[in-house]
Design a protein around this ligand. Structure first.
Ligand code: PGA
Length: 248
């Protein structure tokens, strides 16, 4: 199988000591993985995890970043702070940030620009709700989110962009999109990206699927031609299941 990008989004789980214990287990278990891997712990765990993964085959992602560069923005964390710690990538526009923190496509666009200008990879999340899917609007909703989130992004940055298709109805619910349902949206996303960056650049962009990915469904999903990786929540929180997710 082609090399995939498997990223574990830990969300608001694991204290720094728990994060260190988990990484201590994960690192030797995945050292022979044929795939690219990332972990995305909370901000307060990033420093400790960054130290532990030096020289390993695991990359580090943050779950969000400020849309501002620096200054009087209490509670925010900037791109330069993340870079200084050794963060490689940032997840942007996760549906939980859209739902609970009012994150908009315009904000994602600002954050995306900042990440790319500063050499960070960005994982831009997009996905429809159950209501939108049932109304036959999945393609339109995802395209609408990407049109704004990726607006005016220079083609030269295409290789630093990852898209995560995460149908909201499949996140943390145990309901996975079938591999055909996911593939259909991924193929559409690839076409949309071709419209922004040209077909050649779009063919190289990693499009991850996310939403109840587990060791028992990862291989089937990853076998689809337009699915280049997975963004995993729940199943990334235990060493054995993360290792299983990266060893198919
Ligand atoms: P889940 O979360 O794997 O627990 O469904 C996926 C995500 O939100 O990235």
């Amino acid at each position: 199988m082609k090399e995939k990008l498997i990223a574990g989004n830990w969300k608001m789980n694991k204290t720094p000591s728990e994060a260190k214990a988990l990484m201590k287990e994960i690192i030797p278990m995945v050292k022979n993985s044929p795939h690219k891997m990332m972990v995305a712990p909370s901000y307060v765990c990033l420093g400790a995890v960054a130290e532990m993964i030096k020289g390993t085959n695991i990359q580090l992602a943050a779950q969000d970043v400020s849309a501002h560069t620096e200054g009087a923005y209490t509670g925010e964390v900037s791109v330069s702070m993340l870079k200084d710690i050794g963060v490689d990538a940032v997840i942007l526009g996760h549906s939980e940030r859209r739902q609970y923190h009012g994150e908009t496509d315009e904000m994602i666009n600002k954050k995306l620009n900042l990440c790319l200008e500063n050499g960070l990879t960005a994982i831009v999340c997009a996905g429809e709700t159950l209501e939108e899917r049932e109304a036959g609007r999945a393609f339109d909703v995802v395209q609408g989110q990407l049109d704004v989130s990726l607006k005016n992004i220079d083609k030269k940055f295409a290789s630093k962009i990852v898209i995560a298709y995460e149908p909201v109805w499949a996140i943390g619910t145990g309901k996975t999109a079938s591999s055909d349902q996911a593939e259909e949206v991924h193929a559409h996303i690839r076409k949309v990206l071709g419209g922004y960056f040209g077909a050649d650049a779009a063919a190289q962009i990693v499009i991850q699927y996310g939403g109840s990915v587990k060791p028992d469904n990862v291989k089937e999903l990853m076998s689809m031609p337009n699915i280049d990786g997975a963004l995993v929540g729940g199943a990334s929180l235990k060493a054995d299941s993360f290792a299983a997710l990266t060893s198919f």
